[in-house]
Design a protein around this ligand. Structure first.
Ligand code: COA
Length: 114
């Protein structure tokens, strides 16, 4: 499994929005480390949302997406979030999110209760 470092920073000018990036923990020199995955997530009070996660093509299927989602869920949970919403990109993404425990709602959104 790829060992990852996660960096989170507030998105300037967008309320409640945070940028998260994963880099390879075993690569040299942190600031030059290659970005392996990123997304933006939002939370306010008990409700969170994850935007479209993008894992680098060459790293897909290596557990990176799962590690990033789990990290975001733990982070939001620590900040009081009780439910996370998202809108999957397509059918393939929807299956990934189902695998991660998200349930389809009547509209295009999916939800997971933490
Ligand atoms: C979708 C995406 C984020 C998943 O990340 P990933 O790193 O490739 O997935 P992982 O290797 O972490 O997979 C984690 C688990 O989900 C499963 N999984 C991954 N993709 C799946 C899919 N399409 N359908 C069903 N299960 C899937 C894996 O088998 C794995 O299962 P396991 O934990 O039982 O071993 C990534 O492939 C990606 O960036 N795709 C292109 C952009 C995209 O669609 N983003 C989502 C936008 S909403």
């Amino acid at each position: 499994m790829i060992r990852l470092n996660f960096y989170i920073e507030k998105v300037d000018g967008v309320p409640n929005a945070y940028f998260i990036q994963a880099t390879d923990k075993d690569s040299l020199l942190g600031e030059y480390a290659e970005s392996i995955a990123d997304t933006i997530f939002f939370y306010k009070g008990k409700v969170g949302r994850i935007d479209r996660i993008k894992v680098a093509d060459s790293k897909q299927g290596s557990g990176v997406g799962k590690q990033m989602v789990s990290y975001i869920e733990r982070y939001m949970n620590k900040h009081g979030v009780k439910e996370i919403y998202l809108e999957p990109l397509d059918k393939k993404a929807e299956n990934f999110w189902k695998h991660m425990g998200y349930k389809q709602l009547k509209d295009k959104n999916m939800i997971k209760k933490l």
